[in-house]
Design a protein around this ligand. Structure first.
Ligand code: FAD
Length: 387
């Protein structure tokens, strides 16, 4: 059996000074954001906040200067991310663009799209959404049906994307689509390759023929959408990477998507509320909350280890899947702990009450978004040579 060693690494000198700087910024920038809004954590979006982060050089921190980056280390970026998540800062507008779209464009369109678009991401001015899932394709992403056909004037896209978070405020989508019908691509492929014939495109969300319809989640909030493509014309230059390489590229994108500390730090507000309300004389409180804090400690070391792998240019997919799986488990248990400890005596309408209500309804999605629990565990088993 192949093992997995996650080197927790340690933060280089300078990180604590950066942390102090970020905390000072947050104390001021978050002063008017009430606890109830902090529950939204990285789903909460404020374009203005994103621009303020851009002005401070905290978006695209690790990117080359020619793309508007700061050429700082992955671990410095990690410090900024964890400080933002710890206080539920409204980072949702730029989150996808900074986490995965910018890196994808720099890797697969370094001389064409990246110089034009990526500096705007670093300034907090260009927001992205992820066009992967479709009505009948989620875990089985290879079964997507949205198609692009090559014409003299560009590629014409038809189809439908589903659960597209933030599409209503995004400037661009990176869409995974078929550039060869499924049967045809399989016929061309030797052996068992159902992953051929897919490509990624940069799609401007203002393009005629593209419609964004809201879908309310069970909290009643508008986060995700259905996006319909009806003869959407995309310039030839907007093909990202090589035609037919979409599957390989999307794998790299998903590794970025699953690798960050947001995979265990989405519910920090509830933990803070519980710690505030804890009864120091009740050993049940000490045990239950101590257990969560211990889980946080372990997850943080593992998550930092993922950042170390990224900084060394290693592929963190397996380690990231573990953090995502274990992070979701801890976060999904937190509302039960809260109800167990405080359920009978929480003041209706208090910040703890609001946090418990919000988190109870939010956490079921944590083991779905970014890849379901079963898919993560399949990846872990495969990575460890267990299947
Ligand atoms: C909050 C949220 C935000 C999202 N944002 C986006 C977004 O921005 N862009 C985007 O493209 N998508 C987004 N998604 C969609 C998300 O990626 C999909 O929901 C997810 O990939 C699962 O796909 P599905 O919903 O079609 O479920 P299915 O794939 O139909 O799965 C249903 C169930 O079957 C299980 N299952 C499926 N296949 C297997 C298998 N091979 N082995 C074992 N069990 C299996 C799954 O684990 C799951 O429990 C979002 C989802 C959520 C909840």
């Amino acid at each position: 059996m192949q093992g997995l060693l996650i080197d927790p690494g340690s933060l280089p000198p300078g990180c604590e000074a950066l942390r102090t700087e970020v905390r000072a910024f947050l104390a001021e920038a978050m002063a008017d954001i009430p606890p109830a809004r902090r529950n939204r954590n990285w789903s909460g979006a404020s374009p203005e906040f994103s621009r303020m982060m851009g002005q401070r050089g905290w978006l695209g921190m690790t990117w080359p200067r020619r793309y508007g980056g700061q050429e700082r280390s992955m671990l410095e970026r990690y410090v900024v991310l964890e400080e933002m998540l710890a206080v539920g800062a409204p980072v949702g507008a730029h989150w996808v663009a900074e986490r995965q779209s910018g890196p994808l464009l720099m890797r697969y369109a370094p001389d064409t799209l990246a110089p034009r678009i990526v500096p705007r991401i670093a300034r907090g001015e260009a927001f992205f959404c992820i066009g992967m899932s479709e009505p009948d394709s989620g875990s089985d992403l290879a079964s997507i049906r949205t198609q692009a056909q090559r014409h003299a004037s560009g590629w014409v896209i038809n189809g439908r994307k589903l659960w597209t978070s933030g599409a209503h405020r995004a400037h661009y989508m990176i869409a995974l689509v078929r550039t060869q019908p499924r049967g045809e691509s399989q016929a061309h492929d030797k052996g068992d390759n159902r992953h051929g014939g897919m490509s990624q495109f940069l799609v401007d969300m203002q393009t005629p023929g593209l419609t964004v319809r809201p879908i309310l989640n069970q909290l009643g909030e508008h986060d995700f959408n259905e996006v319909t493509f009806d003869d959407v014309l995309v310039p030839h230059d907007n093909l990202i990477g090589a035609e037919g390489d979409g599957w390989k590229q999307v794998g790299a994108e998903l590794a970025y998507e699953r690798s960050g500390p947001e995979r265990y730090l989405s519910s920090s507000q509830l933990l803070l509320e519980m710690l505030d309300e804890a009864d120091p004389d009740d050993p049940r409180h000490a045990v239950a909350l101590g257990r969560i804090v211990a889980h946080y400690g372990t997850l943080r070391q593992m998550s930092l280890g993922v950042a170390v792998m990224l900084s060394r240019g290693e592929n963190p997919a397996l380690a990231a899947a573990l953090v995502k799986d274990q992070g979701a488990l801890v976060e999904q248990a937190m509302p039960d702990v809260a109800h167990d400890l405080f359920g009978g005596r929480v003041t209706p309408g208090s910040t703890l009450d609001q946090s418990m209500r919000y988190t109870t309804l939010a956490v079921p999605s944590f083991s779905l978004r970014g890849g379901t629990r079963e898919i993560m565990r399949g990846m872990i088993a495969k990575g460890l040579d267990l299947r």
